[in-house]
Design a protein around this ligand. Structure first.
Ligand code: 6GU
Length: 241
């Protein structure tokens, strides 16, 4: 999968791309992430990428020129690297569709994504009209820009790419990935730590009993923390663990 990122702050992605699962996926050739600084596509001598809104008001608006030129450069670079057609375009904005596991499942099947990170008061509306991106938000709160949301999106997609996680079922057993329940408690060695013991059932060797206990714990935790998820249990019951 190829992901192009259009941003004013390509440096923010450097550490992110070089650590953890994203680094592993890139080194295995499962994922290619290319960042593009749309300030490089500014045309005036001040390298402007934003301007005051027509009609007045606070803040600045991202201009069409640098964003369209950057998008065209992304399409050309992707084609030169062997991609066909056009990327699926995503615009990160608090006004978008709320990101959830279902959307990550959809997007991880795309061969080519182009992710536009916004800033300031927003985008000139003609960027939406011209590029017709899928607008995505990561939640109901306001961040200063789309870069951290882009990293959230890329992380969530990367761990779904076949071969990216060490354990083949690793992405499937987590909260949200496998039905409506939150993941229950997990333990590792030592068996006793500061008088706190691992539940005996986990040491019993009885796989059926372990599975039943885990399911029960997942239900208890979901009931306590996210009862709203249990309302969705009917539609998902057959997929829960
Ligand atoms: Cl995608 N962008 C910004 N600026 N703030 C957000 C967001 C995106 N999602 C939630 N808050």
């Amino acid at each position: 999968m190829r992901i192009d990122v259009l941003t004013l702050f390509p440096g923010m992605f450097e550490g992110f791309l070089e650590e953890g699962i994203v680094r592993v996926a890139r080194s295995k050739g499962l994922l290619d992430v290319v960042t593009h600084d749309f300030r490089a596509f500014a045309t005036d001598k001040h390298r402007s990428v934003d301007d005051r809104p027509y009609g007045g008001g606070p803040g600045m608006v991202l201009m069409c020129g640098p964003v369209f030129a950057c998008d065209e450069s992304v399409v050309a670079a992707g084609r030169a690297a062997g991609q066909e057609g056009e990327p699926k375009r995503i615009m990160l904005t608090p006004q978008g569709r709320r990101l959830d596991q279902d959307l990550l499942e959809e997007l991880h099947q795309e061969p080519w994504l182009s992710v536009l990170c916004g800033h300031y008061e927003g985008f000139d509306e003609r960027i939406r009209e011209g590029l017709e991106p899928l607008e995505v938000s990561i939640g109901d709160y306001v961040l200063s820009g789309g870069e951290v949301p882009a990293m959230v999106l890329i992380d969530g997609i990367t761990r779904l790419l076949p071969g990216a996680l060490g354990h083949p079922d690793g992405a499937r057993s987590d909260s949200f990935a496998c039905g409506p329940l939150l993941e229950g408690p997990q333990y590792t060695r030592p068996r006793v730590f500061r008088d706190m013991e691992v539940p005996a059932v986990l040491l019993s060797g009885d796989h059926g009993a372990v599975a039943r206990w885990r399911h029960e714990q997942a239900e208890l935790r979901t009931q306590a923390r996210r009862p709203d998820l249990l309302g969705r249990a009917d539609e998902n019951e057959h997929t829960s663990q």
